[in-house]
Write a protein that binds this ligand. Structure first.
Ligand SMILES: [Zn+2]
Length: 111
């Protein structure tokens, strides 16, 4: 499961792992430098690491469960639905037109 995100400033889509790479600036777009997580960069990095780790493990285990099918089948909607619901959490946060936070405006402290 290679989760990708799209920078709303430069509109490039790239693997989430690039946004938390300590060799770059974690929490910033690796291409344009835009701030991806407006606050709590540490939380962004930790949460992204967990999503990537659990996502990969979830897909592995689900594959193993699928390989046991025969007398049963996995109801796809029961798996897809919660993932779609989870993704919907971002909807209200990305309806507003995007305004760049980088570079920070002079009145804002640089963190
Ligand atoms: Zn960007």
């Amino acid at each position: 499961m290679d989760i990708k995100i799209t920078c709303r400033n430069c509109e490039r889509t790239f693997p989430l792992v690039m946004a938390i790479d300590p060799e770059n600036r974690p929490g910033h777009c690796p291409f344009c430098g835009e701030v991806l997580a407006f606050q709590y960069v540490g939380t962004f990095v930790e949460t992204a690491e967990r999503v990537l780790s659990y996502g990969a493990e979830f897909a592995r285990q689900l594959t193993l469960l699928g390989e046991l099918a025969g007398g049963f089948s996995i109801d796809k909607a029961s798996v897809d639905g919660p993932v779609e619901d989870a993704l919907a959490a971002q909807d209200k946060l990305i309806t507003e037109p995007f305004q760049s936070r980088w570079p920070p405006r002079p009145a804002e402290p640089v963190s």
